[in-house]
Ligand binder design. Structure first.
Ligand code: G3I
Length: 338
């Protein structure tokens, strides 16, 4: 850790502990009761066995996004085929709790299904395997989901275009993205099909490439129905960055999903403004026509549920503290909706 990081560490820890002890005094209404768009939260199957988590999520959210059970790591075994037992359990638990489910994600270069990776290089067989894989996943959940992140994180951070070092690109070229949407639509005629990516708020060049990809998909007639911006942001994100991002994404006329919002204190290097960032996110979403507000999904219910605190890391990135009490970020969401 360099000297700057070392000096900042105590400040970060102090900020985290301050933010964790940040419950609001006033009683807030159930958050989903005041949003004019679906309010989602990341979830994993084992969390449904925690009564406190289930009570908090049922009261405040409309839908869940599986944090990991609807990815290749959970349902695409090395020997090929599918094992949907984990995602089916999660979908069942969500529907039983009267929560809808948003599917995340079919094609992600971080998790190439092992059976496809094994045929890397044999382009014809790979193309057939890819089509069967996408149709198999989308087809299994027909009619069950609010939408799918069909392709996740396809765009390079450096603004050069698409990420290239993956088996999808190696065997199918850039067309893998259009093919993924076409195969998903072949298996499911109605579910909204989304393109999702991260750092679109902080990296305007990456955002430009993401928009270019979306425009090219639409021009090619791909069944792209909405756009997702993950919005994993540091707590010192400059004012206006999220509004500019949502404005740009909405310029294509498609619905926009803020798909994985969390606001990291640990990643902030300047003045932290987590509540202001949540308020600005809601304002930016509400500035869109209602038909373009696909939804807002928070990437974790309580701070303790966040991926950002795993492995002993300290942070306070979401709306509710470890005890399930609403924090100033939750109050800012309510305030922005008043
Ligand atoms: O695999 C075990 C499983 O066997 C066990 O039953 C379960 C118990 O909870 O844990 C599983 O472990 C890990 C899982 O998170 C739950 O913590 C998985 O190994 C691990 O890969 C998984 O990490 C997830 C990661 O994506 C990779 O899928 C994180 O939770 C999740 O927050 C993160 O989310 C990503 C989005 O999909 C894309 N955008 C970035 C975001 C953060 O990295």
């Amino acid at each position: 850790m360099n000297r700057r990081r070392l000096l900042a560490a105590p400040l970060v820890l102090a900020a985290c502990s301050r933010a964790t002890a940040d419950p609001v005094a006033t009683e807030l209404p159930p958050l989903k009761s005041i949003t004019s768009f679906p309010l989602g939260v990341a979830a994993s199957g084992d969390q449904f066995t925690d009564p406190a988590w289930a009570r908090l999520v049922r009261a405040n959210f409309d839908r869940i996004t599986p944090e990991w059970e609807m990815k290749a790591e959970a349902f695409a075994p090395a020997g090929g085929g599918f094992d949907f037992s984990a995602p089916d359990r999660l979908v069942g638990a969500a529907l039983a709790a009267r929560l809808s489910v948003f599917g995340h994600t079919i094609v992600w270069q971080e998790q190439v299904p092992p059976a496809l990776q094994a045929i890397d290089g044999d382009r014809r067989t790979f193309a057939a395997g890819f089509a069967n894989y996408v149709r198999g996943v989308a087809g299994h959940y027909v009619g069950s989901l609010d939408g799918w992140d069909v392709v996740n994180e396809a765009v390079a951070d450096d603004g050069s275009g698409l990420k290239t070092r993956n088996a999808f690109m190696a065997n199918l070229g850039p067309d893998y993205i259009r093919l993924a949407f076409e195969h998903a639509r072949e298996a499911d005629a109605r579910t909204p099909l989304l393109l999702n990516d991260y750092n679109l708020e902080q990296l305007p060049e990456k955002r430009r490439q993401f928009l270019r990809l979306a425009e090219n998909l639409l021009r090619a007639g791909a069944p792209l129905t909405a756009l997702g911006t993950q919005t994993h942001v540091p707590a010192d994100l400059p004012r206006g960055a999220i509004a500019a991002c949502l404005r740009d994404l909405a310029s294509l006329g498609l619905p926009v999903h803020v798909s994985e919002l969390d606001v990291s204190l640990a990643r902030a290097r300047g003045p932290e403004r987590p509540a202001a960032i949540v308020g600005e996110t809601v304002d930016a979403l509400m500035a869109l026509p209602e038909r373009q507000r696909f939804g807002l999904t928070i990437w974790g219910a309580r701070d303790r549920d966040s991926w950002l605190v795993r492995g002993g890391r300290r942070d306070a990135p979401v709306l509710f503290d470890d005890a399930g009490r609403p924090k100033s970020m939750a109050a800012a969401l309510v305030e922005a909706l008043r």
